[in-house]
Design a protein around this ligand. Sequence first.
Ligand SMILES: *[C@@H]1O[C@H](CO)[C@@H](O)[C@H](O)[C@H]1NC(C)=O
Ligand SMILES: *[C@@H]1O[C@H](CO)[C@@H](O)[C@H](O)[C@H]1NC(C)=O
Length: 295
Amino acid sequence: MQAPQIMRGSPVSLLLLRLLLTGVCIDAYKPVIIVHGIFDGPKQFKTLSMYIDKVHPGTQVALIDLYDNLASLKPLWKQVQGFRKAIYPITQKAPDGVHLLCFSQGGLICRALLSTTPDLNVDTFISLSSPLAGQYGDTDYLKRVFPENMKKKVYHICYNKLGQKISICDYWNDPHQQTRYLQSNNFLPVLNGVKPHTNIKAWRQNFLRIKKLVLIGGPDDDVITPWQSSHFGFYDSNENIVEMKNQEFYRNDTFGLKTLDARGDVSVCVQPGVKHVMWHSNFTVFTNCIEKWLT
Ligand SMILES: *[C@@H]1O[C@H](CO)[C@@H](O)[C@H](O)[C@H]1NC(C)=O
Ligand SMILES: *[C@@H]1O[C@H](CO)[C@@H](O)[C@H](O)[C@H]1NC(C)=O
């Protein structure tokens, strides 16, 4: 009689049990890769990784420790290369793909990674309060880089070769200086395909490999301006909000957003009462907007 012996906990049964549990863990939860924002680093995401472990024990959570704090001001295309080197090997070890959970400026880095890497195996891309359609506002971040409240003048600093070496300038989108934005910003208008380039089709195909796009943001953010940029809305030249579906990059499907949406794979989660630096550490946000995607 083999069965009763196994139940009593022989070494063989323990081994079997362990194999079974390991197997279950690998099957159940895909690894989660977290990319931090500007002026922060992995440290700020300990709470979030605790939340993940609490609801999905055994999930492999990778907090990428790159371009932390002041180094987060480095040019974004350069950071994209660095993050690719760190993230690609993790995705290679995950046959069912990984989830990318990217905060604030990190959301743009992930967006760019997904468009410019042909074989990045990502299941769900969760963008946590990222300025995906750009930034135009006097915020705390700005004050730390530029001396005064001067959003109307920032384009002088940003829209030239030197300015483009500061990360914020790479997504500075001045609604009153669109000609200059298109001419001199070499990151966001290229990434969002509003500035023509030879890789548009390939980048769209790459981006469309994700299964799901989750956009999280809200009106009390106080940093991302306009806050609707967290789900691809932005100002027109009168500083009225043009929502995602009326943006030219959506209508022309320049980077795949319209196709994703038509597929039913864009999910928007708006949460009031959340300040920018709280998005990753608020359990209600986690349960309402993040948890269900991390399977
Ligand atoms: C969008 O499509 C229209 C019509 O084909 C075209 O004139 C315009 O240049 C396109 N804009 C972008 C950003 O691709
Ligand atoms: C947490 O998020 C909820 C909405 O999801 C919000 O009502 C609440 O004010 C937030 N709390 C903090 C401390 O951010």
